[in-house]
Design a binder for this molecule. Sequence first.
Ligand SMILES: Nc1ncnc2c1ncn2[C@@H]1O[C@H](COP(=O)(O)OP(=O)(O)OP(=O)(O)O)[C@@H](O)[C@H]1O
Length: 510
Amino acid sequence: MSENPKPQKEEQPERPTTVQTFVSQYEKYYGLSVLIAVVSIITILIIAADECRTCFNKLEEAQGINGEGLKTYWVYGRNVESGYLRHVFKILDSLGYKNEPNSTNWDLLWAHDYPFRKLYPVLSNLRPHQRVNHFPGCGYITNKVDLAVSKLKYIPPAFRLPEDKEEFLRYATTHPSASFVQKNNDHRNIKVKNVSDIELDSEGTFVQEFVDRPLLVSGHKFDIGIYTIITSLDPLRVYIYNGDALLRFCPVKYYPFDPQNLDKYVVGDDYLPIWQIPALDYYYNDLGFGMRESLNAFLRSKGQNPQKMWDQIEDAIRTLALAKEPRIVDVVNKFKSKHNFFEMMRIDFVVDEDLNVYLLEANMSPNLSSAHYPPNQLLYEQVLYNMMGLLGLGERVRKDSLAVRLQSEEDMIVSDKQLATFPKECSSVVCKSSCVSPVCQLCRPCLSWETREDLVRAYKEHVNRGECKRIFPPSQLNPGSDVNLEEYSAENQLHYRWFLGKCQLDSTWC
Ligand SMILES: Nc1ncnc2c1ncn2[C@@H]1O[C@H](COP(=O)(O)OP(=O)(O)OP(=O)(O)O)[C@@H](O)[C@H]1O
């Protein structure tokens, strides 16, 4: 034995066979491949995650979430910088909106001018939550000629010239005591004329019977402007701002009447404001009544019943909206969804000595600037505030966008039980077995998705209506509204019935 043993001979590896070489090579490359695959998958995942984040950001952007927690609006109109929309901006600001001039992701477009021709590519493809303050085709109501010659109840007879010249002359012959005003589309410079002075061949004009014997206050003729909001077409829902009305007086006393003196019978830009009318001074200036209540108090003091006048005004608005609805719907149908649009206009009336009401004009973008008459600021802001509330543009639930977020939030605001009506009928055998009967159509199993959505909107409007009053569907308590369901479209009949059902459960819906 040697003391220093030789280190054992290292075991020599066995020399590999061809197959073994192949397997070993394969394992080497396989390991590498797995490594490459794993690295690739991780890379793909990282890129995908990043993409997802971008997508999500884009989605948020598309929904109008701007990270600052503010809803956004966009303005369309000429010379907006001059400030005539100041009160609109103020209300939007207080409701948590910010102006986004360069974005397409706005929640609300406030258009002072008719926007649908110039902005058709944008407005024909709106996202569900985006709202615009006009309906495409609203001109069927607000265009002066269209309105005047529509031969509707409450509108003084009017004739398009030169087309209806013969008809006009026949009318003038059979109504020898009538006098007329000739107007054009811009309506300016109207003047009472004898039939012989009317320019019968003047293109683009119309002639309208003049409402004589107007109701006077302190000797002044006046008109009444009613702020009217159409929230939906097909089914139709129309509201008025019921907190007040705009009363504008002619600057010069009506009698002795002189057709040459327009200040006696035309309410112009420099009208006499209510706070300068002696007979209303106590009600308006001392008691703090609004314009509407001041007039009511004045009429009552003369032994007249003002309700006669307001009932006719509501009926006139209802009649007008119902008559024009189908034509506006035809235009709206060229757009992606009718639910993007609403309308707020001011409809002007004159009243005669017997409190008969005449509808003269519907202004598409009524003046909301108090620059000329600063005390009107409160009226304009209250009209806007109540209108925004009604339309859900100033919801109580704080949102970054008008886009719907959580279903649970929506359910909290309105769920099936709020929409349920006619409990007895809906649990009857008839409604259990079929949806044919008109009332059964409102029971939950029979409600289409689209109808349910309409009812959700109607419900929200009712609870958010503030000082707005529903004019259509008409109140079931209003004796002035003789409802003839046959004259309504199927959608409007269904909607009317639902309001009737709500009214039977809770009188605030009547
Ligand atoms: N047919 C009529 N009968 C009696 N008065 C009329 C008639 N048409 C117009 N007027 C008077 O002339 C005023 C202005 O007419 P209208 O509203 O038709 O035109 P406008 O110049 O566009 O007015 P606005 O400033 O209200 O837009 C009315 O407020 C009313 O006092």
